[in-house]
Design a protein around this ligand. Structure first.
Ligand code: ATP
Ligand code: MG
Length: 723
């Protein structure tokens, strides 16, 4: 037997050696699917069935792509150029460059980013006089993306998939958008696949070319392909029919991006006689980790059903830990402490990961690791203080603290859009140079002396006045309140609320997290110093580092030790899944939990905190239902707060608190408002003084103030005076 096959079990070997004809490997986490794929690539080369560039490989992680590249290099005695190995998008972009003329492009076409896409769509909608408030361009952009994910060109959209957006004109705008893209010699991300599928369908020559080129097709993480990706694979595979897809229905976590689990079922229909291989031995994790993950995922319905058993000799291992803590600070301290002691006892930081449900959660761990001097990297995202929305918010704070901070001023003067364009900013710079003043002061001088015209004068006056107001609030109410009011009144929050892109909710969460971070500091100045120090830390290029990433980004990866913090209702499963009510999104959350636990080789540590701060208030939180769904035999509970009967209750020794609701976390360090303020109530607002409520919705109140007239404000800044 060839040496590279020796380490494999018989099912894996079968999957590797069944090179001819369609093969579907359907198996649970850590059973060696990716390893089968890389070995299969090697096997095809070494058995001289094909040359390296006759194999098309779709990988999900860079790690898998790198591994394959290294392997090919070893086999071929040096690096090989022109491998067809990468993500769907990268592969399609390369194909499309070759045939660009056939879809009305030239080979130098550009790929637009999301900002450009939106700008284009807005121009089209503007020309049609569409009211953006009523019909947000973002929403149409998302709709177009969904159509593209399903492979619909304009004019091909079935009735069931149409929308009444803009009174049924969505498809017309989609068509205009596509025309405009072609005029600009540009495509968006969705086009890469859409146009390639279109070409393969309609142009026999192109199809025949790729059927000749690709003798073998390999696809990792198949459960997360969407329809248009599926069509692309099916068209390409119809030539030699040597396609091997590996996947796990329990790890399908991208349905929000259009992934269709049904693609797994369709495979067997579209490729009759396909060989289905099941792998059941898990080589990654210890028995307790595996038992915990398997038991958890068994709560989902409608699974394809798989068995998993430990494949390692040393599979006996530590129990899965569930650590119950007081608050998120303690959570960060605990994780930091654990990492430090692992590090000290010789574990590599590269083998440690912190996996979070949402990006905002990294902040407290980042700060803790920085304090401890433990190097870390964020995979698939930016460090907390480098994220755009955080930089914007901090720029506002910097201008508050230090009006002469020109960089900060320039960053926010037109964010959100206020009509202060590039020309206006150039003029401001000129004035600043001429007066030898900071931008902020030059703007004030121009306003005072009537040096600005029309709308710009009003905008600038208002903004400068707002900054004066906000500085007063900062002086009287402190930084947290000031930040809240700044983000609200500047329209910055509204800007992201109106944004319908998938990233927008995460940005709003990050802003809330910023407010939480700020609450730990006495003054704005000490906070800004802290931020400056935190962001200054040089990213050392090499050397071992702890990895931090979202659960979505962790797919396919593995680490000795995995920390899974924030397992609380509303965080994980996240609030949106809970709000939707149905089982569908909850099951997807559970699959994410399964992905998370199965990343661990030796140690899985789940944490949850009893209290989270929301703005200046504390909120108690309930442990995630997923913790209750873990099998007791393989779990070890610990922490400063003791679990009781599956649910958690505070340990009396640590925190003398009164129990009111026995089934939930108790204790509110600071009271949160429970009662709504009714219309007609007399109130006091921290900034505008006394007034009467004239309307109320959600968390806003319209108030007729005695001195400043009608205003819409956040209810948490309002105190009732008559109740
Ligand atoms: P996931 O579903 O998480 O993507 P996977 O099925 O792709 O997992 P791999 O990442 O290929 O699993 O393998 C998991 C781990 O088990 C890897 O460290 C791999 O090297 C190891 N492994 C796979 N097969 C064997 C084997 N036959 N003997 C020993 N180790 C193996
Ligand atoms: Mg894998």
């Amino acid at each position: 037997m060839a040496s590279y096959l020796e380490g494999l079990n018989s099912a894996q070997r079968d999957a590797v050696e069944s090179t001819e004809g369609p093969v579907l490997v359907l198996a649970g986490a850590g059973t060696g699917k990716t390893r089968v794929l890389t070995t299969r690539f090697a096997h095809i080369l070494l058995s001289r069935r094909a040359f390296p560039n006759q194999i098309l490989t779709v990988t999900f992680t860079n790690k898998a792509a790198r591994e394959m590249r290294e392997r090919v290099a070893k086999i071929m005695g040096g690096p090989v150029e022109g491998l067809w190995l990468g993500t769907f998008h990268a592969l399609c972009a390369r194909m499309l460059r070759r045939w660009a003329e056939r879809v009305g492009l030239t080979s130098s076409f550009s790929i637009l980013d999301t900002d450009d896409q939106l700008r284009l769509l807005k121009q089209i909608m503007e020309a049609a006089r569409i009211d953006f408030k009523r019909w947000p361009p973002n929403a149409l952009m998302a709709q177009i993306q969904r159509w593209k994910d399903k492979g619909f060109m304009p004019g091909q959209i079935p009735v069931a998939e149409t929308t009444d957006f803009a009174n049924g004109r969505a498809e017309e705008f989609y068509a205009a958008y596509q025309t405009r893209l072609r005029q600009l010699n540009a495509v968006d991300f969705g086009d890469l696949l859409l146009l390639m599928v279109h070409l393969l369908k309609t142009d026999q020559e192109v199809l025949a070319y790729y059927h000749r080129t690709f003798r073998y097709i390999l696809v990792d993480e198949y459960q997360d392909t969407n329809l248009v990706q599926y069509y692309w694979l099916r068209l390409l595979a119809q030539g030699h029919k040597n396609i091997c897809c590996v996947g796990d229905d329990d790890q399908s976590i991208y349905s929000w991006r259009g992934a269709e689990i049904e693609n797994i079922l369709k495979f067997e229909q579209d490729f009759p006689g396909a060989k289905v291989v099941r792998l059941e031995a898990n080589y990654r994790s210890t028995q307790p980790i595996l038992a915990a993950a398997s038991h958890l995922i068994s709560h989902n319905e409608g699974r394809l059903g798989k068995t998993l058993h430990p494949g390692r000799n040393d599979a006996q291992g530590e129990k899965v830990e569930v650590i119950s803590l007081w608050d998120s600070e303690e959570e960060a301290r605990t994780v930091g402490g654990r990492i430090e002691s692992l590090w000290r006892s010789g574990h590599s930081l590269n083998e440690i990961a912190i996996l979070v449900r949402a990006g905002f959660q990294t902040r407290s761990f980042e700060e803790r690791l920085l304090t401890l001097g433990v190097p870390y990297r964020i995979i698939g995202g930016l460090r907390f203080y480098e994220r755009a929305e955080i930089r914007d918010a901090i720029a506002y704070l910097r201008v508050l603290e230090q009006p002469s901070d020109d960089l900060a001023f320039e960053r926010i003067v037109n964010t959100p859009k206020r009509g202060v364009g590039d020309a206006a900013i150039r003029n401001l710079h000129e004035a600043a140079r001429a007066y030898n003043m900071p931008l902020h002061d030059a703007a004030a001088k121009l306003v005072a002396e009537g040096g600005l015209r029309g709308k710009l004068a009003t905008t600038m006056r208002n903004l400068l006045e707002q900054f004066e107001d906000w500085r007063n609030i900062l002086a009287t109410q402190g930084p947290v309140v000031a930040l809240d009011i700044v983000l609200e009144e500047s329209g910055y929050i509204a800007m992201w609320k109106a944004d319908k892109s998938p990233e927008a909710p995460g940005r709003l969460e990050n802003l809330k997290e910023l407010s939480r971070a700020l609450a730990d500091f006495e003054t704005l100045q000490t906070f800004l110093e802290h931020v400056a120090l935190v962001t200054e830390v040089e990213a050392q290029e090499d050397g071992a580092k702890v990895s931090m990433m979202t659960l979505h980004g962790a797919k396919g990866l593995e680490f000795d030790t995995v920390f899974l913090p924030g397992w609380e209702e509303g965080v994980f499963p996240n609030q949106r899944a809970l709000d939707e009510g149905g089982n569908k999104s909850l099951e997807e959350e559970r699959r994410l939990a399964y992905v998370g636990i199965t990343r661990a080789k030796q140690r899985a540590i789940i944490l949850h905190a009893a209290n989270r701060r929301i703005y200046a208030n504390w909120q108690s939180s309930i442990p995630s239902r997923f913790i209750d769904e873990l099998p007791e035999e393989v779990i070890r509970h610990s922490g400063s707060v003791q679990p009781q009967g599956g649910r958690m209750a505070p340990a009396a020794t640590h925190f003398p608190v009164q129990a009111r609701r026995p089934d939930a976390w108790e204790v509110q360090a600071r009271p949160a408002r429970t009662q709504k303020i009714p219309v007609g109530a007399r109130v006091f607002h921290q900034k505008f003084g006394y007034g009467r409520v004239i309307a109320a919705d959600d968390d806003r109140l319209d108030i007729d103030f005695e001195t400043s007239g009608e205003k819409r404000v956040l209810d948490r800044f309002v105190e009732r005076q008559d109740g």
